[in-house]
Design a protein around this ligand. Structure first.
Ligand SMILES: [Zn+2]
Length: 175
């Protein structure tokens, strides 16, 4: 029996993933979606973990990829994170009708946490937030707005907008 089949282990996994998502300042609606914990249970857990209310993100989750394109640094960081998402197998590979990710949400969330934690260990001062990474993975998987490519100068990963003229050069080679 794997841990997803055993109700006790699955509940422990939900709590573990929720704790990691809380640490990464994911919004309540995002955490309840991926873990299937109720808002009340999550609120109880937050109190038990002594999470400061000040660190919570509120309002709708990020929806625009503009955050990854505003500066050369943001673009480089997004490309690096996108590469890690691929290497950590964190991208949705299939969508259900209506555009929902076909993976079991809890499994997907655990992958996202691993990827984000590894990324932040490599780039601790990155401005990219956890839920922005979720947006990035969705957009990369859909491939309608952005795609990942490589710089013709140095082979570094670069993020390209599908609507702009492809300019396959990174910000470092462009200086
Ligand atoms: Zn380059």
């Amino acid at each position: 029996m794997n841990e997803m089949d055993d109700p006790f282990s699955r509940d422990q996994m939900r709590i573990d993933v929720a704790r990691r998502m809380v640490c990464h300042q994911a919004r309540t609606q995002t955490i309840t979606h991926y873990t299937n914990l109720t808002r009340n249970r999550l609120a109880t857990l937050r109190r038990r973990w002594s999470v400061s209310q000040d660190t919570r993100r509120r309002g709708p989750p990020p929806r625009s990829i503009a955050i990854f394109l505003r500066t050369p640094r943001a673009r480089s960081e997004a490309a690096a994170l996108a590469t890690m998402c691929i290497n950590f197998d964190a991208l949705p590979i299939r969508f259900l009708a209506g555009g929902a990710d076909a993976r079991p949400p809890l499994v997907a969330a655990a992958r996202y946490c691993e990827t984000f934690e590894a990324y932040r260990a490599c780039v601790p001062d990155s401005k990219i937030e956890f839920e922005e990474m979720l947006l990035l993975t969705y957009e990369l998987a859909k491939g309608e707005l952005v795609k990942l490519s490589t710089c013709t100068g140095c082979n570094a990963a670069i993020l390209l907008l599908t609507c702009e003229k492809p300019r396959r050069i990174c910000s470092h080679c462009d200086r």
